[in-house]
Design a protein around this ligand. Structure first.
Ligand SMILES: [Zn+2]
Ligand SMILES: [Zn+2]
Length: 272
């Protein structure tokens, strides 16, 4: 049984001191692949670090993009830097991009403009997109519905799903996968559980979004990819199935979506 952590930030500072151990613990727990999502300032090498980390470990992949909170930092230089990074074969997605009206670190019009711009870049590069939405569900769905169609659109993932069941439904209608993080295990997250129940296994992914959002029983500690197993167990219970089935299906969803062969990657990089 293999799990995939479809969204983590193991390239981040929080893991600088013990990244090798963190990756090893994940593998020991059965996590066969991880997607580390590069975030931060697109002008000072922070996003390039995600690509470096992915290059260091077999079956760790990277995504690049300007995060919604940093939308104000988006400009031509950032864009060409990221397009350059995306040429690396370990980069399999563009993101995370989207809208966050909770923190409002960047003006909403800027967020929207940069969001749409990056959807276009992902299409040009034939990369899937990873979406984050916070307190902006309606606007996010509206943008995705308008811009994520056509033959050049490679599909997308709504990561760390935090909306209502209705939003999950709209996203699946336009072909998105829906990924749940550790917060679905939180006591007060009944709305998330309601959404998780209506997402069919074939559309489901699991993630940690670490170092944030540790699932119960690790809540309050630094999160890490090994803990995706807790979220898998929780979601399997919710769906009334064995965790094995959920792990196998979510892994299959990931490898099909990104067209990755984990066994072949392992064979060709057995030293990493
Ligand atoms: Zn996010
Ligand atoms: Zn993230």
């Amino acid at each position: 049984m293999i799990y995939v952590d479809s969204h983590c930030h193991i390239d981040g500072e929080a893991f600088d001191a013990d990244r090798d151990e963190v990756v090893q613990r994940a593998r020991d727990a059965g996590v066969g692949a991880m997607l580390t999502v590069g975030t931060g300032n697109p002008h000072n090498g922070e996003i390039a670090k995600a690509v470096q980390v992915a290059e260091n470990y077999v079956n760790v992949f990277a995504s690049v993009g300007v995060h919604l909170l940093d939308a104000r930092l988006y400009d031509d230089a950032a864009e060409s830097h990221l397009i350059d990074l995306a040429k690396n074969e370990k980069v399999i997605a563009w993101g995370e991009i989207g809208l966050d009206f909770y923190y409002d670190h960047s003006p909403r019009e800027v967020q929207r403009e940069v969001f749409i711009r990056q959807i276009g870049i992902a299409k040009d590069l034939n990369l899937p997109i990873i979406i984050h939405s916070r307190d902006a569900d309606e606007e996010t769905v509206e943008v995705l519905t308008e811009y994520c169609s056509g033959e050049d659109f490679r599909g997308g993932i709504m990561h760390c799903f935090g909306g209502m069941a209705e939003m999950a439904r709209s996203l699946m209608e336009i072909g998105f996968l829906v990924s749940f993080a550790g917060n679905v295990t939180f006591k007060k997250a009944e709305n998330l559980r309601e959404a998780a129940r209506i997402v069919p296994l074939e559309k489901l992914l699991i993630e940690t979004d670490c170092p944030f959002l540790s699932p119960i029983p690790h809540r309050g500690q630094r999160n890490e990819p090994a803990y995706v197993v807790q979220t898998a167990k929780f979601l399997a219970d919710l769906h009334g199935i064995e965790v094995e089935k959920l792990a196998n299906q979510t892994t299959q969803n990931f490898t099909d979506f990104f067209e990755i062969d984990l066994a072949a990657e392992n064979a060709k990089n057995s030293n990493k």
